[in-house]
Ligand binder design. Structure first.
Ligand SMILES: Nc1ncnc2c1ncn2[C@@H]1O[C@H](COP(=O)(O)OP(=O)(O)OP(=O)(O)O)[C@@H](O)[C@H]1O
Ligand SMILES: [Mg+2]
Length: 513
């Protein structure tokens, strides 16, 4: 039988497309590794529809039926009685061989008879030739990869990744269709990304959590849906979901960086229609500790309206998750499933400088460089580093990151802004506190030190039962020794090194003292 070349609807999921392509190319045996058997059944139903051939002129195309077999349920069609006599694995294979119509046959639990029975292995090899060009396909779905050598070459092996957006939208649509007021399509599309990276079972828990709070899905369901992902990711140990109620306005200065981010966001939003080299890949921020690198990463994720995940390099190297290189690669892969998202590598120099595991490091570094070039366009990488002199030249070279920014000690203008931000955030009027007077005492201060000064002044005033006054701030400022003075050598070293290698996050015009 010749399968009609019906192009699958543009809405086909990635998994259904992969299977449709495999079947069209005539591969009769597929092995899908996944714990999600029911999801495979759904995907096969979708694939069967994509493979549909018109039964006769004028009639709608008939979907190729998807059968199922397991150790406890003989061969059957969805919601149909079992085919008597197909209980044993061999009998099921015989039935498929003799069946006169096209069909997709999902065999569950089949890795066991395949491992234990030479007769089953032999029969499956026979079927490999017998099923060619018959429109019949065997799909073994199993949570483990157990492929005997003699059939390894005949089978197309697929490691099923979590559902993509198309699959999730269709899942949400099906699951909510019975609700009194089901969500509309635009809302489904807005909410589905919150489930990316989850299995369908996990997505179902997330949906139940959201529906327990509210009788239907609304834009307010988003945090409930995201909660499942947060738990899943945090369970893994290496990645951490970070909630970011931050906006760009709470960053003082760094105008170059902010402007760049505004432009990139536009391009990132258009990523589906742009060629891969134009889609923003990410940025590397290096600089003096306490000058706002972490703060900027959080602001990026809220500005891009994407969830933020942090890869903890200390955990990667802890050995608690197996070999660091494998743990790192696995976490990168997981992140691709969670896209669209912002992935934050904090202290990325750890990946290339931890001394105990030089070999592992080399592997991680090589993997990272290739991965940055090939990763899915939906992932925006934000990497931060303090010991920039430790980063190899390949890491900094153009092309890996879209831009490398240097976050320096704030200028006078920026310090003023940072004081204003931290005072206003805590309910104080900056104009009443004579900020210009503070500038003289805060040369070489970091943003973190400015924040600390504000917090100390407020604490002192609260303890004394008075209001914060300008003198308190000045006294505190005059008494503090900033990092740039106590660690002058290191700070100068970082600055000198970054000078030629990175773009300043602060525009030159703003360079004050
Ligand atoms: N430019 C800034 N505007 C406003 N606040 C700032 C700025 N820079 C630093 N801060 C304050 O200092 C805190 C610490 O900064 P942050 O953690 O972002 O520094 P960092 O550069 O990541 O430092 P480290 O290298 O130690 O990780 C921030 O949470 C913020 O409150
Ligand atoms: Mg930081």
């Amino acid at each position: 039988m010749v399968i009609a070349q019906t192009v699958p609807a543009p809405e086909s999921s990635r998994a259904a497309r992969a299977l449709t392509d495999a079947f069209r190319s005539g591969r009769p045996l597929v092995y899908i590794r996944t714990p999600e058997e029911e999801r495979v059944a759904r995907i096969l139903a979708e694939t069967g529809a994509a493979l549909a051939a018109p039964s006769s002129p004028g009639h709608p195309p008939a979907a190729v039926p998807a059968w199922s077999w397991s150790l406890t349920h003989a061969l059957h069609l969805p919601n149909q009685p079992i085919q008597l006599g197909t209980e044993s694995p061999l009998a099921a294979l015989d039935f498929i061989a003799a069946h006169p119509h096209p069909g997709l046959f999902q065999l569950r639990d089949f890795h066991e008879p395949l491992r234990d029975s030479p007769a089953v292995r032999r029969r499956l090899r026979d079927l490999y030739s017998l099923l060619r060009d018959t429109g019949k396909f065997i799909i073994i779905s199993s949570p483990v990869r157990e492929l005997p050598v003699e059939i390894e070459r005949s089978v197309l092996y697929i490691d099923l990744r979590p559902p993509d957006l198309t699959e999730l939208v269709s899942f949400l649509r099906d699951e909510t269709s019975q609700l009194a007021s089901p969500p509309d399509e635009p809302l489904l599309r807005t909410l589905a990304p919150a489930l990316q990276g989850l299995t369908l079972d996990e997505a179902r828990y997330a949906l139940r959590r959201a529906l327990a709070d509210h009788a239907t899905l609304t834009p307010a369901s988003l945090p409930f849906l995201l909660e499942e992902k947060r738990m899943l990711v945090n369970r893994g140990g290496v990645l951490e979901f970070i909630s970011t109620p931050t906006t760009m306005d709470i960053i003082g200065g760094l105008e170059n960086l902010k402007r760049w981010l505004l432009e990139r966001r536009k391009l990132f939003d258009m990523r589906e229609s742009l060629s891969q080299e134009i889609v923003p890949k990410g940025l590397l921020m290096m600089g003096i500790p306490g000058c706002g690198k972490s703060l900027c990463v959080k602001a990026i994720s809220s500005h891009f309206q994407l969830p933020l995940y942090r890869m903890d390099m200390t955990e990667v190297f802890s050995g608690r998750y197996g070999s660091p290189a494998v743990a790192f690669a696995d976490a990168c892969k997981t992140m691709e499933d969670l896209a669209p998202a912002v992935l934050w590598f904090d202290e990325i120099e750890m990946a290339v400088t931890s001394t105990e595991s030089a070999g592992e490091q080399g592997r991680i570094f090589a993997f990272f460089l290739t991965w940055m070039q090939e990763k899915t366009p939906g992932l925006f990488v934000a990497a931060t580093a303090n010991r920039i002199d430790l980063l190899p030249a390949e890491m900094i070279r153009k092309g890996r990151f879209d831009e490398v920014f240097f976050v320096d000690l704030p200028t006078e203008e920026e310090r003023t802004e940072i004081f204003r931000i931290h005072l206003s955030r805590r309910g104080y009027d900056p104009d009443a506190l004579n900020i210009p007077q503070l500038m003289e005492f805060t040369q070489g201060w970091t943003g973190a030190e400015i924040e600390q000064c504000v917090v100390s002044a407020i604490t002192k005033a609260k303890l004394a039962g008075t209001a914060v006054n300008p003198t308190d701030l000045v006294t505190l400022a005059a008494r503090s020794v900033p990092l740039s003075r106590s660690m002058k050598e290191q700070v100068n070293h970082i600055r000198a090194w970054a000078f030629e290698r990175a773009i300043k996050a602060t525009p030159p015009k703003g360079l004050g003292k």
